[in-house]
Write a protein that binds this ligand. Sequence first.
Ligand code: NAD
Ligand code: MG
Length: 396
Amino acid sequence: MKKTQQITVLGATGSVGLSTLDVIARHPDLYQVFALTGFSRLKELLALCVRHSPRFAVVPEQEVARGLQDALAAAGLDTRVLVGESGLCEVAAHPQVDTVLAAIVGAAGLRPTLAAVEAGKKVLLANKEALVMSGALFMQAVHRSGAVLLPIDSEHNAIFQCLPVDYSRGLGTVGVRRILLTASGGPFRETPLADLMGVTPEQACAHPNWSMGRKISVDSASMMNKGLELIEACWLFDARPSQVEVVIHPQSVIHSMVDYVDGSVLAQLGNPDMRTPIAHALAWPQRIDSGVAPLNLFSIARLDFQAPDEQRFPCLRLARQAAEAGNSAPALLNAANEVAVAAFLNRRIRYPEIASIIDEVLNLEPVVAVQELDAVFEIDLKARTLAEQWLSRNGR
Ligand code: NAD
Ligand code: MG
């Protein structure tokens, strides 16, 4: 009989976390929740614990932990509450855990995701920022520990599905010419450039096809998300930035493609619902029901494609520059973007200033080689400080 997989969901209260728990709940014979973590929205975390009875829950602070522990006891649960980054790393690397879903947003997810990798877990990666910040160290840890790294990001999951199983022999060796990374173009794909100065966080977060957390929604509007995904694809599939072409495809039905030397182009299609890549990675190499409705091609009727315009999407250009510079450049890009996006969401800056901040940080800070994790966090801090300096110099 097949063993029930024990799963830790890092970032359980978020958009990807909730989609994951939806898929897991459809297959109680296959998956059991071992640990759930949350940062804010702690009422929701309590409700998720009541629903899934995990062995552990993790919250950011001691005081919050006490409150949650009491509420869990009152609900008759013996879930143990752990605190902070050490708690996250503990449930990511716990010997009884089989699979870790890495769905914390931003740099905060790096250490716990890496803890899962170093413990040799099956790691389902949504937290692309972790890989962008420390790709070389991250992939070295994957190879050293024998962890199984499976992409949850819909594009990378699609590419993974379109590649042959032995793609790690090298893309050229297996006949791949290019990876075609699709992008919806976000809510501002056709907004007059002059109007971008006035767009609001609400407009930026209203993605036409996907329902996601606020940070990735802004990244999708600016196409920084596609830039981060370009870097993510380079690490996951050992590709050069020049082998990854970004294609705007507004319907988000094709989730990405692989172009082979014989002229074949393989695509993965589906409704834009994260439960498909999550179910794929959870069950891989098997297939399970995800709850996603079958694709109705007749109601979609047409698929469109266009090249991205770098004037409209300067963040994509900056990300490609950082991908090509390698070393510390992607970590600088990521941290500057996190500060800029938070400032935009808090209405401290205007939307086009996200790119101005990142541009300045990349120009001010020299690119250096990165040999260890402490250096990654130093670079991250340096970029955050420079971005904050932009904000105070401009009176924000
Ligand atoms: P979200 O904002 O909905 O959820 C983020 C989760 O991280 C929450 O559970 C939150 O409590 C937790 N968190 C936030 N800050 C934290 C901190 N400092 N320490 C610990 N936990 C913290 O975000 P999301 O949309 O679910 O995205 C999560 C990750 O998945 C991101 O890296 C994003 O780029 C990636 N991703 C998301 C989607 C999507 O459809 N939402 C698709 C592809 C990739
Ligand atoms: Mg994506």
